[in-house]
Design a protein around this ligand. Structure first.
Ligand code: C2E
Ligand code: MG
Ligand code: MG
Ligand code: MG
Length: 281
């Protein structure tokens, strides 16, 4: 019963899992044993250049294949992993795995491919991500410029001065920084101007249903203009229709990702997409 992923089935899991989650201790120990039993995997979603529809990057998204509850999505366990500190070993595993996968792809004919990984507030603040990157670098396993760290605006806000320091340290190691879920936080323009980041990632809530919502379109235009004015890269997430892509293209958005091009897929499926003849968008 855990295999199919239809809408109804997902609801079923969700109810089961929330009974389970009501006992946090159980979920926590299931997360631990999940790590030990290698129940986690990474899916990859293409990040696509608007101009020529080329895949320029991958975003690694974690999945948990629980023996009883089936596929568990990060929304259901990342929060608890953060609270309990389990995000440290999980995040470390995700970084090492995604980086290793990217090195394989880069060596197999896609030397420019970029790998984006999501960094939680805790990994960012406690120096965990910095140390993991340093370890990879020391082992000679990190290609400079190949890794992008997705951090959220809200992770930055607790302590702006400290955040700027950490971001500079991460960039000094050769990682680039993308501000995920951009537009949903409360950071002011003055803050944004000071944050050493490379790219803004337009949150999918603006993209969703934008075609029937003039305010969303306005927000998207403003965010794109902001990125261009600050000389930042700009990527939109959650793009599901050709109309949405058309609007983004018209307003100069550099890159996009979303179901319109591909859902997050397994490594082997991603490789198939990389090798597939390019379709013109
Ligand atoms: P996010 O980084 O903002 O990722 C975007 C989410 O949108 C992903 O959900 C992705 O599967 C989904 N998505 C992509 N394209 C579309 C689309 O066209 N339409 C719709 N409706 N959704 C789309 P997912 O994989 O469930 O991940 C949810 C969140 O969990 C991520 O949000 C990220 O914050 C977190 N996450 C995922 N993997 C990791 C990880 O390895 N470490 C940490 N710390 N957080 C992670
Ligand atoms: Mg992300
Ligand atoms: Mg996002
Ligand atoms: Mg998100």
């Amino acid at each position: 019963r855990a295999k199919a992923a239809g809408g109804g089935t997902v609801r079923f899991y969700t109810r089961d899992l929330s009974v389970f989650a009501a006992e946090r201790v159980k979920l926590e120990s299931a997360l631990w044993s999940g790590l030990e039993r290698s129940e986690f995997s990474l899916f990859y979603q293409p990040q696509v250049r608007v101009r020529d529809n080329a895949i320029v990057g991958a975003e690694a998204l974690i999945r948990w294949q629980h023996p009883e509850f089936g596929m568990v999505y990060p929304a259901r366990f990342i929060g608890l992993a953060e609270e309990t500190g389990l995000i440290r070993p999980i995040g470390e595993w995700a970084l090492v795995t995604a980086n290793a996968q990217n090195r394989v792809w880069r060596s197999q004919g896609f030397p420019e491919l970029r790998m984006a990984i999501n960094v939680s507030t805790r990994q960012f603040r406690d120096g965990g991500i910095l140390h993991s990157l340093q370890a990879l670098l020391a082992a000679g396993e990190l290609d400079p410029g190949s890794l992008e760290l997705e951090v959220t605006e809200s992770s930055m806000m607790d302590d702006m001065e400290e955040s700027i320091g950490i971001l500079n340290d991460l960039r000094a190691l050769g990682a680039s920084i993308s501000l995920d879920d951009f537009g949903t936080g409360y950071s002011s323009l003055a803050y944004l101007r000071r944050l050493p980041v490379d790219r803004l990632k337009i949150d999918q809530s603006f993209v969703h249903d934008m075609e029937s919502d003039p305010q969303k379109k306005t927000m998207i235009k403003e965010i794109i203009h902001l990125a261009l004015a600050f000389n930042l890269g700009i990527i939109a997430e959650g793009v599901e229709t050709s109309g949405e892509l058309g609007f983004l293209a018209e307003h100069g958005c550099h890159e996009y990702q979303g179901y319109f091009y591909s859902r997050p897929v397994s490594a082997s499926e991603f490789e198939r997409l990389l090798r597939a003849p390019r379709t013109n968008g």
